[in-house]
Design a protein around this ligand. Structure first.
Ligand code: ADP
Ligand code: ZN
Length: 618
């Protein structure tokens, strides 16, 4: 069998996606690979096809149990014998899998990285003919990446202990040059084919909003998108709880997910969402790794994540079916403090040495700055994201909040002069500087105890901006910082200092402007503020597509599988369009491979034929 036949027979696809073929060719020829491909690009097929074509077993190192289980389910559906080994399994189950593996029952074995070091697994691995090792989420090996997992460092030792060194493929969705170098070095890749495919996801619309009332914004957004499925990410469990409660009170079928829930409930809620029983998931970032639900139409971030890697990954869960989808980040300044708190109190990795922990923290703070810059920028958002991941971009995409939204230039010269002269006075009396809060309170003429005790009320600039609301002050300060008139300093608490060009404003009357975002409407169909609208019960209830989905869900529930494991939305949409009559026609649908056609073909063909009979006019 060749790779094209394998692609069609097992996965039902007729053409490779960008990058897939090169990776598969290299692995088949015995060359190591480092592939950086965005979420949804089709990384799994890159090692699964070599796995069925090469001799020996393929081991896939994967950090997430839920992901492994879904992948194994999908492989079995595709007719490829596979299993997984992880610490959540009973001793008994594990022994059975090991003994079947030794009998040659599997082409692909998924294994959690911690297992690689255990005697029982080594015992197995030494007796298996391991031809290929695929390392998923390979960035976890690097301290420079955002998900460092020390257990990944053991992969190289493991490889060295095998009697014959297998071909190694490393896969990740995000990697800077530094992380790529780490992956190659720490996994001991040998002259790997290094391939980075485009990160752009043109069907995703990116926007940043600063609504006064976030809860209300989310509620209205969801009501304005009836029947659409989406995820709302919150920074804390508490906000997950309260937001989910509020959405339900508004009649929205929402469910929730965070690490504080019991395993049983977590699993049930996740399934409710994946099986489309509840269309909205409110969750912390504990949710989503390994969720391959393809019909997610929006991802809202109730809070700013702590870095762009996390943001792009979470937002990227929208629109995996290629349909248009929206990723909107709701930003408020409080989010910056929350993110900093999480960075300072990060206990994810207790096995880091203090030195390692220090590096990780410094890196995280740098990444946070870039995240905040994304929230504040008036430039093309997609451009910012792609640039961050090292990809060139023309600088205007036409499909993001900043490209579509319009901006107003406000002259803030007077305000800038007041702020800068206030800061100059403070700097003169307190050479070490005072906190931003002290500056703002002085300018606004606060009667606060700290302000008075310090004697800030005796400065001539005291109270010269007493009518300016604090939020507005913040915007001025942001604008001044963006343009370099003030520069942040201070470790303990934020302190501002005059920047080099400040003199131009203070003494030579330079004009200062601030670019302000008018609330960016989303592109058509629904421009402007979402209106409050009741949800229609089952809009367009009886189309062929709906019947096909209903059948898929029935089959999925009967076998306890996520719906997309049976067929993706893209496949169902194509069936509804092309209306195959024979098994041959059916096999021509993208995503329909031999095993699935054999198992489900008759039932889907029957539903299509029935529909044709009832609607002869169509
Ligand atoms: P990743 O692991 O890179 O996030 P997946 O391997 O989960 O992506 O693939 C994402 C989706 O793309 C899956 O639904 C998969 O069936 C589909 N896919 C993969 N390869 C192809 C292809 N060559 N043609 C069409 N669809 C594909
Ligand atoms: Zn843009």
């Amino acid at each position: 069998m060749d790779k094209y036949t394998a692609l069609k027979t097992y996965f039902g696809h007729t053409a490779f996606r960008p990058g897939q073929e090169a990776v598969i060719d290299a692995l088949l020829a015995g060359r190591d690979v480092l592939a950086v491909m965005p979420t949804g690009a089709g990384k799994s097929a890159c090692y699964q096809i070599p796995a069925v074509l090469r001799r020996g077993v393929t081991l896939v190192v994967s950090p997430l149990i839920s992901l492994m289980q879904d992948q194994v389910a999908a492989l079995r559906e595709a007719g490829i014998p596979a299993a997984c080994i992880h610490s959540g399994q009973a001793e008994e189950t594990c022994r059975e899998i090991v003994s079947s593996a030794l009998d040659g029952a599997f082409r692909i074995l998924y294994v959690a990285p911690e297992r690689l070091e255990t005697d029982s697994f080594l015992h197995l691995a030494l007796r298996l003919d391991v031809g290929l090792v695929a390392v998923d989420e390979a960035h976890c090996v690097s301290q420079w990446g955002q998900d460092f997992r020390p257990s990944y460092l053991k992969i190289a030792d493991f490889l060295a202990r095998l009697p014959r060194r297998p071909v190694v493929g490393a896969f990740t969705a995000t990697a800077t040059e530094q992380v790529k170098a780490d992956i190659a070095a720490l996994l001991g890749l040998r002259d790997p084919l290094t391939l980075t495919t485009g990160f752009d996801r043109p069907n995703l619309y990116f926007a940043v909003a600063r609504p006064r009332d976030k809860e209300r914004y989310v509620e209205e957004y969801i009501l304005d998108h009836p029947g659409k499925s989406g995820i709302v990410y919150c920074a804390t469990r508490k906000s997950v709880e309260s937001l989910c409660r509020q959405l339900r009170a508004a009649g929205i079928p929402a469910t929730r997910y965070h690490a504080g829930l019991e395993t049983g409930e977590r699993q049930k809620n996740q399934e409710d969402f994946v099986y489309d029983r509840r269309r909205v998931m409110v969750a912390t970032n504990a949710f989503g790794m390994g969720i391959d639900k393809s019909n997610v139409s929006f991802v809202l971030h109730y809070n700013m994540p702590k870095n762009l890697e996390n943001y792009y990954q979470e937002a990227g869960r929208a629109g995996r079916d290629g349909e248009k989808a929206e990723c909107i980040l709701l930003f408020s300044l409080g989010d910056v403090q929350t993110a900093r708190y999480f960075i300072d109190n990060n206990t994810d990795n207790e096995d880091l040495t203090p030195a390692q922990a220090g590096t990780v923290r410094a890196r995280e703070l740098e990444r946070l700055d870039r995240m905040v810059a994304y929230c504040k920028t008036t430039r093309c958002l997609r451009g910012m994201l792609l640039e961050y991941f090292g990809e060139h971009h023309p600088g205007k995409c036409g499909n993001c909040g900043n490209c579509c939204g319009d901006f107003v230039e406000t002259d803030i010269t007077t305000e800038a002069q007041k702020i800068l002269s206030g800061l100059a006075r403070i700097q003169k009396r307190w050479p070490g500087g005072l906190g931003v809060v002290a500056l703002v309170q002085m300018l606004r003429g606060s009667r606060d105890k700290n302000t008075l005790n310090r004697g800030l009320d005796r400065l001539p600039t005291y109270g010269i901006m007493k009518d300016t609301p604090p939020a507005r002050m913040r915007q001025y300060l942001d604008a001044l910082e963006e343009q370099g008139y003030v520069v942040p300093a201070g470790d303990e608490y934020p302190v501002l200092r005059l920047g080099a060009p400040a003199g131009e404003v203070l003494f030579r009357g330079r004009t200062v402007t601030m670019t302000e975002r008018r609330p960016a409407p989303r592109p058509a169909p629904s421009a402007g503020r979402p209106a409050r609208r009741p949800q229609p019960a089952g809009a367009d209830a009886d189309s062929l597509l709906d019947r096909l989905k209903a059948l898929r869900n029935q089959l999925a529930q009967r076998q306890h599988l996520p719906a997309y494991v049976i067929f993706t939305n893209a496949s169902l949409t194509e069936m509804a369009e092309k209306r195959p009559r024979t098994t041959g026609d059916f096999l021509r649908i993208s995503g329909v491979g031999d095993a699935r056609a054999r198992r489900y073909g008759m039932e889907f063909l029957r539903v299509i034929a029935e529909y044709q009979r009832e609607h002869p006019e169509e």
